[in-house]
Design a protein around this ligand. Structure first.
Ligand code: FES
Length: 281
């Protein structure tokens, strides 16, 4: 949908809507960070209520007000993420949103009951339960279904120079080249060979199927724009950059190797050295 908005020429001061809401500017999805304020303040209000201390009621009401006001931007960022999902992710996302909506509505009821002299405790507890379920589903979306996760996080290209094809085969067109299990995008910028990961960090689209726009490639699925030289995401919804590979030409052949060391992104459940298991038997 956001790609369609772009086709219609919808552009905002800060870029396209998906760009502002995706979290590209902070390098990670915005929604998980944005929910911290409403979740923390609303659940904090319930915690104060449970003390049954009348002196804490004004503080609980203020927390409720802050939580209810801050829920809107968090929800809008989540809605933006949800638009780029499909299948099971989309269904779970819908239930996640519905559960949170019930939570917010319950807390709003609690706030209103307080204004009328009631305790608002039951409505607050209902809101806490609904937000808890919504939070659990949000965790499921991220940790089980991978929504918001860099789709190349565990992808490893060659660390040694690896021959891939003849240099004459690489032009300014977008060219996909498979190197082992990794797919790369090769092209030329100002005559220079460049190579980045072909799998979009956002939802995994093959960038070679996208369009070239100057020194950038535009993702075919949701129109994120990546700089072909640096891999930087210059327009969302992608919030993570593409991995960049070093490229050289040797005797008319193109060789590539991974440019960055991804020690911190090694797959934690991948094969381990034998000594890692020593003493466990
Ligand atoms: S897969 Fe969504 S922008 Fe590339």
């Amino acid at each position: 949908m956001l790609a369609r908005l772009r086709e219609w020429g919808v552009e905002y001061v800060f870029g396209y809507p998906g760009d502002l809401l995706s979290g590209r500017q902070i390098g990670h999805p915005l929604h998980p960070a944005a929910v911290l304020v409403p979740a923390g303040t609303l659940l904090g209000a319930t915690a104060l209520d449970l003390t049954r201390d009348p002196g804490l009621r004004p503080a609980a009401r203020r927390l409720l007000g802050i939580g209810l006001l801050s829920a809107a931007p968090a929800a809008i960022a989540g809605w933006s993420d949800w638009l780029d999902t499909e299948g099971a992710e989309r269904r779970v996302g819908l239930v996640h949103a519905a559960s949170n909506a019930v939570g917010i509505a319950s807390y709003a009821t609690s706030w209103w009951q307080r204004r009328r002299g009631g305790s608002g405790l039951a409505a607050g507890l209902t809101g806490a339960a609904a937000l808890g379920l919504g939070g659990w589903l949000g965790g499921h979306l991220a940790y089980a279904l991978g929504v918001g996760v860099d789709t190349t996080a565990f992808q490893h290209g060659p660390t040694e120079w690896t021959d891939v094809l003849a240099a004459s085969e690489v032009t300014t067109a977008l060219r996909q080249v498979d190197v082992g299990a990794v797919s790369l995008l090769l092209t030329r910028v100002d005559g220079r060979l460049v190579a980045i990961d072909n799998r979009c960090t956002h939802r995994g689209a093959p960038l070679a199927d996208g369009e070239r726009d100057g020194d950038c490639v535009v993702c075919p699925w949701h129109a994120s724009r990546f700089d072909l030289r640096s891999g930087e995401a210059v327009q969302g919804p992608a919030s993570r950059p593409q991995s960049v590979y070093e490229v050289r030409e040797v005797d008319g052949r193109v060789e590539v190797r991974r440019a960055e060391v991804r020690a911190l992104r090694a797959n934690p459940v991948g094969p381990r050295p034998a000594r890692a298991f020593a003493g466990r038997h």
